[in-house]
Design a protein around this ligand. Structure first.
Ligand code: KDG
Ligand code: MG
Length: 402
């Protein structure tokens, strides 16, 4: 057996914060895991450093399923994003080690390639309709076959999803920025600009839109119905998924496909959404939902109900987490699409390797394991900087879902 010799938690901030777990075995094999939870980074770092790392030493690095259950059931307290992100980091690092020991890229260990490449969508946005159109044209130029479109809503300061510069980075202030929200303004404006996108660019690419949890179920039903002619690939998070039953109402009013899950962290959080076919795409991520081991089960469960994958892939999931997602996307039969936002340039100084992009698709690295190397020396130069996600307030000053 090749036992775990050490487990170190590394925090870096090459333009944005990332938490990475490094597991080293007695034989000297190193595995990397992503433990980044945007705006709550240090909670996961402490969970790993103070409560998980001491339990790993001396355990068999090859027993991934056993380790998952040991950490999940052994904690007694169930689920939640902090626990599931910490478990995910261990899981990813062990898959990385297993791939390196086997001399195979992780997707080969998961059953091999079920497709030739991973279809990805990226983001286009604008401060108004004109700049959205320019951004879509630029994104299409880069070969993307699927594009998420978001535009600032007139009169709503700080609308979700509008880029400032090359990337949309919502966690950008050392205390939460307060943004405003008007459901009426959004519902009046969003269907109009989405229709204009189709008028200008036609229907030969997938168009996606993120509602970001802002509507009630009935408002979401109205929105979904109002964009049916636009033929969205999906409307994302139309209402918060705390009450899975809410989606039944949305479903009964519109044929616009629904994607849910980026803030959820376990198979139980999506059990009814999937088994009652209330959604079309699952957006749980490898990083925030227990790693490759748990996500493989999530997607197998979803396969029974013809629900496809559509994993969350913003820049707040590190290149290690994104690489793990691409290996899984390659291997599962019910893959749908993968979010691919990209990273600020500095990130490539710390994380080397990973999937390659070509003509709308990502391809996993063929290097054994996850295929990512982490440069500890460079990473140490970028100190953690507290960054919070914004808070949304309605026009009357009350707090809304951000
Ligand atoms: O940290 C929050 C972001 O990951 C989230 O706002 C991004 O909604 C998002 C998306 O679909 O990428
Ligand atoms: Mg989203």
């Amino acid at each position: 057996m090749d036992a775990i010799a050490s487990a170190e938690v590394l925090v870096t901030c090459p333009a944005r914060n990332f938490v990475t777990l490094k597991i080293t075995t007695v034989d000297g094999v190193v595995g990397w895991g992503d433990a980044t939870l945007n705006g709550r980074e240090l909670a996961v770092a402490s969970y790993l450093r103070d409560h998980i790392a001491p339990l790993l030493i001396g355990r068999d690095s090859a027993r991934i399923e056993d380790m998952w259950n040991y950490l999940f059931r052994g904690v007694y307290w169930r689920k939640g994003p902090i626990t599931m992100t910490a478990i995910a980091a261990v899981d990813m690092a062990l898959w990385d080690i297993k791939g390196k020991v086997a001399g195979l890229p992780v997707y080969q260990l998961l059953g091999g390639a079920a497709r030739d490449g991973v279809l990805v969508y990226t983001h286009a946005s604008g401060t108004d309709i004109g700049s959205l159109m320019d951004d879509i044209a630029a994104v299409k130029e880069r070969g993307f076959k699927a594009i998420r479109a978001q535009t600032a809503v007139p009169g709503v300061e700080g609308t979700y999803g509008v880029k400032h510069g090359k990337y949309y980075e919502p966690a950008s202030t050392s205390l939460p920025e307060e943004q405003s929200w008007s459901t009426e303004a959004y519902l009046n404006f969003a269907p109009t600009y989405l229709a204009k996108v189709r008028e200008q660019f036609g229907f030969d690419f997938h168009l996606l839109h993120d509602v970001h949890h802002r509507l009630t179920p009935m408002e979401a039903a109205r929105f979904g119905r109002s964009v049916e002619d636009v033929k969205l690939f999906w409307m994302e998070d139309p209402t918060p998924a705390d009450n899975q039953e809410s989606f039944r109402l949305i479903r009964s009013h519109t044929t616009t496909p629904v994607a849910v899950g980026e803030v959820l962290s376990s198979i139980w959080d999506i059990q009814h959404l999937v088994s009652e076919q209330l959604i079309d795409y699952i957006r749980l991520s490898v990083t925030h939902a227990g790693g490759i081991t748990h996500m493989k089960k999530v997607f197998s469960f979803a396969e029974l109900y013809q629900v496809r994958s559509g994993s969350h892939g913003p820049s707040d999931i590190s290149p290690v987490g994104q690489a793990a997602a691409i290996h899984l996307d390659m291997a599962i039969p019910n893959f749908g699409i993968q979010e691919y936002m990209g990273y600020p340039d500095l990130v490539a100084d710390v994380f080397h390797g990973g999937p390659t992009y070509e003509d709308g698709y990502l391809h996993p690295s063929e290097v054994p394991g996850l295929g990512i190397d982490y440069d500890e020396e460079v990473a140490a130069k970028f100190e953690y900087a507290p960054k919070y996600l914004p808070v949304a307030r309605r026009l009357d000053g009350s707090v809304h879902d951000w």
